[in-house]
Design a protein around this ligand. Structure first.
Ligand code: ADP
Ligand code: ZN
Ligand code: ZN
Length: 767
């Protein structure tokens, strides 16, 4: 008899751990690790996932109490190693086991049990978006002798089209009206044969010229060194990490491609994670042009059916290179020898709903479990990764950093200048463009080149800022920038929870507390305004392409806009953060940043790091071709280390200042930080639960060195959809088991109806 450990997926009950079931002989082939099964649990039907198999009956359950698995609902989606990673995630991120297992399941294959009323029978609900077949038409040998009737023009068109090779009937119909009936008629005559083939959705092609990845003749010295380090890590086979610290345009993607080739040659597969936002046709195209059909692509803009097909290609072993966003990490690539995370510093690698994992941490764990190498690439590595490399390792594996300080060929780093917008304002400039940026834009298009303009949207309008000196009012108690709340006309501190009516701060006339100016306002411009001012500034034939949340909502819009920018003679691309990464257009010689500092004042310890990363990234879009690039950064805070570091191409300027501040305040990478958020409609209950939580954590760790409990306080987004949100932050020593501790405390608190609580370990979103 075989026995299975099953994790039950019963949403209303948090069941910790797995339960043992017997495998009836007829299910032995199907009930294996990774399978979804139907079992009964305390007199109800339940869906569960097999996480381990054994030949021994469980020791802790009497033999006559063991129930059988009733049905296998879905084939295996993960193996034993993946199951181990899910258990680790549940502990590390204080989440329920089924939450940690769900990312490993096949997309769109959810099965659940439900019943109409308390005494109705349990029913299975199958929300499957499974495989589909497409009808393909091809010519038979009989077609050579077949002459269609004179009037049968459609038949002739179909035969002509099929002479090029077999085609999908749906494709024929799209180009030849009435093709479907002509195909049927031809099939009856034996001229055309129709067969069903499994359709693979989500394998679109791109027309972007820049998406091809011709193999360079030689690698740069930096690329060779990076590749050698990756090969060494792969050979070590224990999850060693290589941080490829390469300036923008230094050829990191080429390093990934070469490393993947080596892994494939050894018969192993590779996972490549790219931030969702830069997972464009261009990036995907570079991998497809090198590895063809060996590539599966997974991201959230695909339909469920498309995602299922791509996922299934991986499970069948037909695609050995997986390129995708964060969740591609969970693809069923059994023989994975290499995991690559591009732009590893990106905040989007942290998932903001349960399981609140960080892809970098899960990848490190997975790489060790699979004996693979982990490659982290970035022009602006996270302080966490830099710290681990400096320490030589982390959690028992080696972390090494390889620098790629130069761009290949003649491309050089762009010249960066910082423009003080307060000075512009005092000089009478009221445009969103400084005189320098306006001039540079005109000259760029005159030369027939292209420009990219970044408009920083994060942190907008939630602050009052003095337009004359750039000052933002701060909390006198916490030196956190105060956020402005239109409702109630209040300034609020989200660290200590104090608020002031705007009129009372700092004096009744709402003047700048720094310089006394009256130009203290919630200040913000939108991409639309930038587009309008550009149209006035530049000749009419200059193409202005706007890329923001509004213009990219439709499927494929990203790609269409980039193609439009690519095809134009001279053009300006205006966009939000989404344009900062991944774009590689050699004709772009000017990058302008409209407002570099809007993020700096956010009450978040990573605000400066994010600003620096963004500026460095967007600056890297300039001068990637033969012609030199120029970058103009507009700011009210020209002396900030982030601005000075970008201007001098010297990361150390930023790092030295930032690390000193982090260490002083004991923020990561010098500590771990968790954010526990509670929300609900009844403010009193939300207050009570956060106070209980803070008290419980203080009681447990308050006196221990390296621990600190902050709050409770209102969240920056203090009210979302009529729900009140408050939070407690906890700092802990770097080696603390923060998830286990906070998960345990949160579970021990008395439950309150209508109150939700989220424990976010190593939180990225503190708002
Ligand atoms: P990154 O990912 O570091 O930003 P890319 O991989 O996009 O850089 O490379 C930047 C450009 O340099 C690309 O156009 C790429 O084709 C080219 N390139 C990369 N490696 C080489 C090389 N060894 N020789 C010549 N050109 C290269
Ligand atoms: Zn001022
Ligand atoms: Zn305060």
């Amino acid at each position: 008899m075989r026995y299975a450990s099953v994790v039950l997926d019963i949403p209303t009950r948090q069941l910790d751990g797995a339960f043992s079931y017997a495998v009836p002989p007829e299910l032995e082939a199907a009930a294996v690790t990774g399978a979804t099964v139907l079992v009964s649990f305390s007199h109800r039907a339940a869906v569960g996932y097999v996480v381990a198999m054994s030949d021994q009956p469980p020791a802790d359950v009497p033999a006559n109490k063991i129930q059988p698995i009733e049905q296998v609902l879905a084939p295996p989606a993960f193996d034993d190693i993946a199951a181990g990673v899910a258990f680790w995630m549940a502990r590390e991120y204080a989440c329920a086991l089924p939450d940690a297992i769900r990312p490993f399941l096949a997309p769109g294959q959810k099965v659940r049990v439900t019943r109409a009323s308390d005494d109705a029978p349990w029913e299975l609900v199958n929300e499957r978006a499974g495989a589909v077949d497409a009808r393909w038409a091809s010519l038979t040998p009989a077609a050579n002798d077949y002459v269609p009737a004179k009037t049968a023009s459609r038949q002739r068109a179909v035969i002509d089209a099929l002479r090029e090779g077999p085609q999908r009937v749906s494709e024929l119909s799209a180009t030849i009206p009435g093709a479907a009936s002509a195909v049927t008629a031809l099939a009856k005559r034996g001229v055309v044969q129709i067969e069903s083939r499994r359709q693979i959705r989500g394998t679109d092609v791109t027309t972007l010229s820049s998406a091809a990845a011709p193999r360079p003749d030689t690698l740069t010295a930096g690329q060779e060194a990076a590749l050698a380090a990756i090969e060494e890590a792969r050979r070590a086979g224990r999850g060693d990490v290589v941080l490829v610290d390469g300036v923008t345009g230094s050829g990191k993607t080429e390093v990934y491609l070469a490393a993947i080739e080596h892994a494939l040659a050894d018969g192993r597969g590779a996972l490549v994670l790219v931030p969702e936002i830069s997972l464009t046709a261009q990036t995907v195209g570079r991998f497809r042009s090198r590895f063809g059909d060996d590539v599966a692509v997974l991201h959230s803009r695909l339909s469920t059916g498309e995602r299922f097909d791509q996922w299934d290609l991986v499970r069948q072993g037909r695609a050995r290179v997986v390129v995708g966003a964060r969740s591609a990490l969970f693809a069923p690539l059994a023989n994975c020898g290499l995991i690559i995370i591009d732009e590893e510093h990106e905040g989007s690698y942290k998932q903001d709903k349960s399981p609140r994992y960080h892809a970098r941490e899960v990848a490190a764990h997975l790489a060790a479990a699979r004996g693979a190498a982990l490659v982290l690439g970035s022009a602006t590595p996270s302080l966490e990764s830099l710290g681990r490399c400096r320490a030589g390792g982390h959690a028992g594996v080696r972390w090494v950093r390889v620098e790629m300080p130069e761009r290949p060929g003649r491309a050089s780093l762009p010249e960066v200048s910082v423009v003080d917008m307060a000075e512009q304002f005092r000089g009478g400039g009221r445009s969103v463009f400084s005189a320098q940026l306006a001039d540079a834009l005109r000259q760029t298009v005159e030369r027939g080149e292209k420009a990219v303009l970044l408009l920083n949207r994060r942190g907008f309008a939630s602050f009052l800022m003095c337009r004359e000196c750039g000052c933002v009012p701060q909390c006198p108690h916490c030196s956190t920038a105060l956020t402005y709340h239109e409702r109630g006309h209040l300034l609020a501190c989200h660290t200590c929870g104090r608020t002031w009516p705007v009129r009372a701060f700092p004096d009744p006339s709402t003047r700048c507390p720094n310089c006394g100016s009256r130009y203290l306002a919630a200040y913000g411009v939108g991409t639309q305004r930038v587009e309008d001012e550009l149209a006035l500034l530049l000749p009419e034939d200059v193409e202005i392409v706007r890329m923001d949340a509004d213009t990219t909502r439709a499927k494929g819009a990203h790609q269409r806009l980039l193609e439009q920018f690519d095809a134009a003679e001279r053009a300006v691309l205006v966009g939000t953060q989404m344009i900062a990464k991944g774009l590689d257009f050699p004709e772009v010689t000017l990058v302008g940043v409209i407002n570099a500092d809007t993020m700096l004042k956010l009450p978040d310890f990573r605000a400066a790091e994010r600003t620096y990363d963004l500026l460095e990234q967007v600056a890297g879009r300039a001068g990637r071709g033969e012609r030199p690039g120029q970058v103009i950064v507009q700011t009210y805070w020209a002396t900030h280390p982030a601005m000075r570091a970008v201007a001098s191409h010297d990361r150390q300027v930023f790092l030295a200042a930032e690390l000193a501040e982090r260490e002083e305040a004991c923020y990561p990478p010098f500590s771990r930080l968790a954010n526990v958020v509670a929300w609900g409609r009844v403010e009193g209950d939300v207050r009570a639960v956060t106070e209980e939580l803070a008290a419980a954590v203080r009681e447990r760790v308050g006196a221990l060195p390296g621990w600190e409990v902050l709050g409770p306080a209102d969240c920056v987004r203090g009210r979302v959809k009529d729900q009140v949100r408050r939070h407690v932050m906890v700092k802990a020593p770097v080696d603390a088991e923060l998830g286990v501790l906070l998960g345990g405390i949160a579970a021990s608190l008395p439950r309150r109806r209508g109150i939700n609580m989220a424990v976010d370990i190593d939180a990225y979103d503190l708002m």
